[in-house]
Design a protein around this ligand. Sequence first.
Ligand SMILES: Cc1cc2nc3c(=O)[nH]c(=O)nc-3n(C[C@H](O)[C@H](O)[C@H](O)COP(=O)(O)OP(=O)(O)OC[C@H]3O[C@@H](n4cnc5c(N)ncnc54)[C@H](O)[C@@H]3O)c2cc1C
Length: 342
Amino acid sequence: METILLLLHTEPDGLLPRSAFEAVSAARTLANGGRFAVGLVGETIQAAADQLAQCGAGAFLGVSGSAFAQPRYATDSAAAEAICRQANPSLVLAPATSRWNRVLPGVAHRCGGRADTHVTGVNHSADGLSVQRWYYRQRMEADLRRTQRPWFVLIDGGSFPGWSGPPGTAQIQVLNPEIGTPKTTVIGTRQPSGGAQTIRPEAKLLFVAGAGWTKKQADGQAHVQEAEQVISECLRLTNASLGSTKSLVDLGGEGQAVLSFLTHFNQVGQTGSTPRHPKGLATCCHGEEPHTVGWRFINERRAVNLDPNCGWARGKADILYVADAFAVVKKLNELFRQRAQG
Ligand SMILES: Cc1cc2nc3c(=O)[nH]c(=O)nc-3n(C[C@H](O)[C@H](O)[C@H](O)COP(=O)(O)OP(=O)(O)OC[C@H]3O[C@@H](n4cnc5c(N)ncnc54)[C@H](O)[C@@H]3O)c2cc1C
């Protein structure tokens, strides 16, 4: 049986990100009714521990203070290492946030262990523990086992249902690792060159824009500015994350008119990202294979396209609306506006 430590960090509000609750589900699956330890790092951690007071954790260990408010390798690794040394686990589970992805492989090395990132499933059977992850741009799934311990397993968001349960009062064993004077000072955050921050991993909806938004429409004209206004309003009203096709983001490099808030970071697909959101809506996008590879982990897919014979119609979307995306998204915005006004 593994000795499990679930390592979590808090957000600036002192609470946990959604992916933390998904990692709790993974820990509960592996603990199989047994107890596991929870380690918390952040500026404040008590509220987060209270959120998890009844999740099945047998112990809470924590490192807190202003030095741990911002992600920073030196302080985060010192905190995680101190918790690991105290808990002495054989298995360390953590959500694959950018903060932990950057730090935990190094902590695994310090602890003489091994780390696997982008894990999408965990399994404990008579044969022992195994984890699942995808390779080759999400085309092949592997089932991995390791003999080396401690084993650090970073779980991709969207792989498990989030645990939910009533809060309580948790007792935290507070640790004070030696951090010295960090050489890195966080002075702020800078947005990608596109301006508006449109990539929102925690969003319930992925809204994908395709090159069709910039193409000539029924009146023989392109309506790029209108497209920009309609899409940005939709993003504002729904808080969706914005994805794009390669064709659309590539247009910028060719000097053509494109949506100003799009960058290559938004690209979804074989040569783009593979985001995880419960729902996805593709608009003015053809649904070609290299693009839909990036939709692998979107649970419910819908598309709006003028072409009834587009790629989405061939089994790639759950629902295809054969319609003008300008008209559909404008109508959606109107309905969302009405709902927002009560
Ligand atoms: C090796 C390789 C890797 C690739 N990797 C990626 C990748 O990672 N991601 C990616 O996206 N692509 C990738 N591609 C490119 C991919 O094959 C497609 O060319 C691209 O995804 C097409 O983009 P699109 O659907 O936006 O554009 P188009 O194919 O031009 O489609 C535009 C669509 O908009 C529709 N449309 C136009 N006006 C409207 C309207 N008013 N309402 C509704 N619909 C409308 C049209 O009917 C059309 O279907 C890759 C290609 C290769 C060869």
